[in-house]
Structures are given as C-alpha cells and as structure tokens.
Ligand binder design. Sequence first.
Ligand code: FAD
Length: 570
Amino acid sequence: MHKCNVLVVGGGLAGLQAAIDAKEAGMDVIVISKLHPIRSHSGAAQGGVNASLANNPAGKDDNAERHAFDTIKGSDYLADQDAVEIMTAAAPGLIYQLEHWGCPFSRSEDGRIAQRPFGGAGFPRTCFGADKTGHYILQTLYEQVVKNNIQILSEWMVVSLIVDEGVCHGVVALDMQTGRLETIEAQAIIMATGGGGRMYGRSSNAFTSTGLGMALAYWAGAPLKDMEFVQFHPTTIIGKNILMTEGCRGEGGHLVNKNKERFMQKYAPSKMELAPRDIVSRSIQTEINEGRGFSDPVSGGFVHLDIRHLGSAKIKERLPGVRDICLDFLGLDPIDEPIPIQPGQHYTMGGIDTNKDAATEVKGLYAAGECACVSVHGANRLGGNSLLETLVFGRRAGQSAAKYVAGLSDRIFTKNTLADAHKRQEFRLNKLCRQSGTKNPYQIRDELNLTLDDKVGIYRTEADMKKALTKVKKLKQQFEKIKPAGTDTRLNYNLIWILELEGNLDVAEVLVKGALARQESRGSHSRLDFTKRDDGNWLKHTIGKSSKEGAVLSYRPAKITKYQPQERKY
Ligand SMILES: Cc1cc2nc3c(=O)[nH]c(=O)nc-3n(C[C@H](O)[C@H](O)[C@H](O)COP(=O)(O)OP(=O)(O)OC[C@H]3O[C@@H](n4cnc5c(N)ncnc54)[C@H](O)[C@@H]3O)c2cc1C
C-alpha cells in the first residue's frame, strides 16, 4: 500500500503546482493521475495567462488592483473579491518564477515578456508563448516535479475518497493497466481534477475533462458551488468545437456575419470583439438565431472569424497552432480564408466549494484549479485568468495542506477504515462489471450531452431546464440498469467510461437544479424569462450538497470588499 503526507489527485497545472509547494514545505508527496501529467487538458491552453506586468507600452499603468477590478466586473460581481485580490496580487511573482524555471514566453522587442490584449481587460495583460501557452507551462512545472523527485502514479484513476467522520484519510484508485484496486493512505488530499466540460457535447474540452473529480468530492461530503455558471467560448470551429483562442481577436481578428458586418459594433461598441466571453458568445448566437449567420444543418449555424488581415508572418509567429488546427480539421488556411466558428462549452466556473486557502468543508480535503470554485470567476471568467488560478490556488492548496499535516498530532483512524473502503469499492466495481442490465452507457452519455447542449446552453428558460432535470433524473435511473461490455478490469475503457458517467450524471443534476432555481440573468447564466441581473435576491453563491434524495441547494452571499456592483457596460 502507498502512503504519503499529501496526495495530489490530478497532474495538470493546479496539481503540479500544488505538489511542488507541498514538497517544498517538507511533505512527502504523491501525484496520482488518470493521464500522464503532460497529457492533461492544461496542455491544450492556447492564448495565455494574465498578470499585471505592465510590459506592453499600452499597459504601462496596469497594476494588480486594475486586474482585480476587471476580473470582478467580468464576473458580473459574483466573484469573492478577497479571493480575486489575492490572485491578482500573486500573479506577477508566479509568472517571473515560471520565467526563471525556463518557460519560453514570447518576447517583446526589448526582450521582456510580451503581453497581448484579451477580452474584458483594461490593458494588454496576457502573457503567452505563441498560442501554446498551456503546453509550455505544463512542461516547465513537470520538469520541477521530476527535479524534486515527486512520485507520480500515472494512469491510476481515483474512484473514491476515504472519509471517516468528516476527515479525509486517503483514496481508492483503479490502476488502469493492471486492473487492480489500490488504496493510498494520505493525511491530506488535494483535488486538482480539472473541469467537467464533457458533460456537454459541443465542448472545446478534452474528452477526459469529465465531472468525476467534482463528484468524488461531492460524494465525500464536500458541496459543489455555482455549477450553473458554464462558460461558452465564442470561437470554436464548427462541428468539432476545437478552440480558436481568444488570442486571434487579441491580435486583431474580426467577427463577421454573412452580410460582412462586424456585428460586435451593435453589442459592445467600445470593446468590440474583445468584450468578455459571455457577451461575445450571446452576440454570435443572436446573429445566428436571427438569420444573419451562415446556416448549417449539421453544426447548427456559424459566423466568420477573420484573421486574414493580420498577414501571413504574424499568423505564423503568433498563431501557428490555430493555423495547424484549421488546416488539419477544416482543410482551410486562415491566411487565405475566414474561419467558420460557433460558440461551444469551454469552462466550468463552478466546482468544489473552497475558501481562499483552498480548503473544503471536509477536514484534510483541498481543491484547486478548474475543479474548484473559490470563487474568482463568479458568473463569467475572463480569458487568461484560469491558468493564473491554477498557479495561485495550486500553490495555496499545497501550502495549506502542508500546514494542516504539520499540525496533526497523531493518526486519527483505525486500519479498518482503509480496508472497509477498499472492500466497498471492490464490491462496486464487481457489480458494474458483471451486472446483467440492458442500457448502453454510451447512449446515456450521448443523451446527457444533447440534453445539456440543447436545454441548458447559452440562452435558458424554465420550460427547457425543467425538461433537462426530468431527463437527467431518468438517465440516472437508466444508469442503474447499465450493461457492461466485459468483466476483465485491465485497461477496460468501457468500465472507465461507466465510472466517468456516474460522476457526470450527479454533477449535471447539481448544474441543472442550480440553473433552474436562479431566477435572474448574470454572466454566463442568461435566461429569456428573467432577463435582468437581480442583486437584491441573487448576489449569492449556489451551494449544492449531496443527499439520498439528490442535490440539495442552499445559498451564501458573495464577498464584497471595495468594488460595489454596477451595471456592466463595455
Ligand atoms: C482548449 C482550451 C484552451 C484553453 N486556453 C486557456 C488559456 O489560454 N488561458 C487560460 O487561462 N485558460 C485556458 N483554458 C482553461 C485552462 O486551460 C484550464 O482551466 C486549466 O488548465 C485546468 O487546469 P487543471 O490543473 O485544473 O486541470 P487539468 O489540466 O484538466 O488536469 C486535470 C488532471 O486531473 C486528472 N484526473 C481527473 N480525474 C481524475 C481521477 N478520477 N483520478 C486521477 N486523476 C484524475 C487528469 O489526469 C489530469 O491530469 C483553456 C482550456 C481549454 C480546454
């Protein structure tokens, strides 16, 4: 059996940063990950990471306070302002640390880290490495993990957290290669399992970005927060929904409808294409719905992202990955042709409820990165703030977990706790592999995807969301009668997808219930039947707790420090 002080679940940016900091604080650390760390979705991040370095001449007056204000305004005032202030103040130090560790950021002519404009930001504040920023940062942190001799259990999937009387003691995980269940004892656990975008079908997320990580914490007694806030990125390529980074517009790209109009003029005249994502996505969807987009029966309609005027040299230097994706997946060269795009699910603003020290309600359980909700993004995240969040709160999670472990006087559980947990999971897996049901798990997954795409998308109504909730409950019942493909647990991807699906269904229920209950429009949650933001009743976070009867909702006020809510205009 493996043992450690701090176990980090997830090898993306949040997990690796947390592991490095826990190790630096003297802890014995293990990273466990269902993917090899450098295959995590963090590696797909394109556009960049925000920090008020004030390197760009157009951003020379930038500072952490302005970064905080833009973030809070972008969040439609739902972000907890104390957490945002911590994040923006820590940003420059973390970027310079990455630079010193060798991260190959793109440079301005004077040799400093270059910064490009991004949506909803008052200044060019986004540091980048061409359009492969996540890949570069992930490799940089992975090198530090190797250098620090941090043990990695790769292709091990956590299937349950071991919690006894509200205290976390370890996990049970499936070693995907051997098919064996393994118990890992740990005094503190940090969840860094990423977003749950693949509850939706039209998503820019990797297929491995599922709700399971959030579900593990939820099942263990840690509530989920603000799950109804789902970000739709304005520009994903039609049909496949692979991301075209906001950097395309940051570098000067235009959005154009079928009448060749730059339609953002109507919706956000001062920021145009660089308004925040919720606004740009709604504007594109409105153009499509009202017949000014291009129609396409398969993908459901699109508009054009035009970067031709940037010229071949700039596209090749600043957006080479975007060009490759267009060539490979659309058979077109964006140097010569506009890119057909539509909004797609992109980011999970909600997640495991944590405080600003990354702690959850369960003792010894921490969370950071996209699976967590601090909340720094509130109802709408600004581009470039998520990579930053993984670094800042990954670090805080590592440090908090180390402090907690250092303060423990003794082990506080009996051996049976671990053995019983292992037996329960053995029973569960046996049942999932051998039961004689009739329902196809992939069909249930597809129906969940379609339901969320169609009924809990960019524009929402009570009638649609009620249908979605009924459907999710029905799919949960069908899950009980699932037909597995085989009994061998070694590299059994059918079993792995069944486990993912169980998590997705429960997290989707929290999402739909939260969305249905929230009778206002705020940030990404845009209701056709309640079109206004309602601070009197809804300036508060949704907290979803697991119970035998399903998700139970309660509310907690958003924290305001000095930025009073105003109407959002761009
Ligand atoms: C295409 C794309 C482009 C993006 N571009 C940007 C950008 O330019 N700027 C920006 O700020 N943000 C961007 N984002 C968002 C940002 O990349 C993510 O929010 C962030 O990288 C998430 O990091 P993470 O460490 O929380 O999770 P991830 O990188 O998703 O890592 C999750 C880890 O958890 C592991 N895991 C999950 N479940 C289990 C389990 N049950 N057992 C064991 N291991 C598990 C996985 O193996 C993986 O290692 C982008 C996102 C996408 C999808």
